[in-house]
Design a protein around this ligand. Structure first.
Ligand SMILES: C[S@@+](CC[C@H](N)C(=O)[O-])C[C@H]1O[C@@H](n2cnc3c(N)ncnc32)[C@H](O)[C@@H]1O
Length: 299
């Protein structure tokens, strides 16, 4: 495992960002040379990495559609990445326009892009301390507009997954999410960037604890079980060499994140096969993607 990122890593142009590297793999333009070098090194170690990324996006789409089908109308998406086609609010609001979505990411670039691109449907910026809109007049106009359109609000929180109190205490979260109603929590391809076991298990457990009955959680994570040891060793070395902290975990460890939930059928499985009957066949294999997933319900 690579060392944890330095506190100032997000300001350092020599340190790759997971979000910009992911954007590179997805064919986007919001990335720098350092992100492309890290992405190319991982792709050399695991040539099917882009299949894994595409399948991860497809799992995200299926999971969000499933949640909407189950009546969920508010989502918390932690680690959404730089906005790409079919991000969770697009998929959700295409089926249920009133769905509210709160995006949480620890990368200021992700939040800045997301706020800028989703401005029309977004909440105004709120002061972290007072919870008041930074510019009250804009706030009222925006909220009125949103109410007239019947579109669900979209909020943004800059926070680390491993700091759940910062997420839960945020004024924008409280403006968007009603904890008296079931919530869809998306933790898709994010927990493997948290290499400190104790912190990430505690954080996910805390976030699950506050979810009301009937809430759903979708989770995906790079799995040690699916890669042959040599490929995994090469990916670990590429991440280490490029200063990209990343932790594969075994599928039984990935299942442990679901403590307090009922894992729904088909259980903890490769992302390519989770409720994928309507996807093009044959499906990519577990080794092609290297990523496991589950969806669970709060009893
Ligand atoms: C690989 S992208 C996943 C994007 C999207 N969830 C998907 O599956 O398509 C990982 C995202 O998680 C964010 N991230 C990484 N570590 C994080 C952490 N500790 N807390 C919050 N976000 C994190 C990155 O900035 C990036 O936006």
């Amino acid at each position: 495992m690579a060392a944890p990122p330095r506190a100032d890593a997000f300001d350092d142009p020599t340190v790759p960002h997971p979000a910009r590297r992911y954007n590179y793999w997805l064919g986007g333009r919001e990335n720098y040379r350092v992100d492309r070098a890290s992405g190319d090194a991982v792709a050399a170690a695991m040539p099917s990495v882009r299949v894994g990324i595409q399948e991860n996006r497809a799992f995200l789409r299926r999971a969000v559609r499933f949640m909407i089908g189950e009546g969920i109308r508010q989502l918390i998406d932690i680690g959404p990445g730089i906005p790409a086609p079919d991000c969770s609010h697009e998929v959700a609001q295409a089926l249920a326009p009133e769905t509210r979505v709160l995006y949480v990411d620890n990368d200021p670039i992700v939040i800045a892009y997301s706020r800028a691109l989703l401005r029309s449907a977004a909440l105004p910026e709120l002061d972290e301390e007072t919870g008041e809109p930074v510019d009250g007049s804009v706030a009222e106009a925006d909220l009125e507009q949103v109410a007239q359109d019947g579109r669900g609000l979209i909020g943004h929180v800059l926070s680390d997954l491993c700091d759940p109190e910062r997420i839960l205490g945020n004024a924008e979260l409280r403006a968007v999410i009603d904890f008296d109603q079931p919530v869809g929590l998306l933790l898709v391809a994010v927990a493997h960037f948290c290499i400190e076991d104790e912190r990430v298990y505690e954080a996910v457990s805390r976030l699950i604890d506050v979810l009301p009955q009937g809430s759903l959680v979708a989770f995906s994570h790079a799995s040690t079980d699916y890669l042959d040891p040599r490929t995994k060793g090469r990916v670990d070395a590429a991440n280490r060499d490029h200063n990209s902290p990343f932790a594969f975990r075994y599928s039984f460890e990935i299942a442990r994140f679901a403590a307090g939930l009922d894992i729904l059928d088909p259980g903890v499985v490769p992302i390519s096969i989770w409720r994928a009957e309507d996807e093009p066949q044959p499906r990519p294999t577990a080794a092609d993607t290297g990523i496991a997933c589950w969806v669970g319900r709060r009893p």
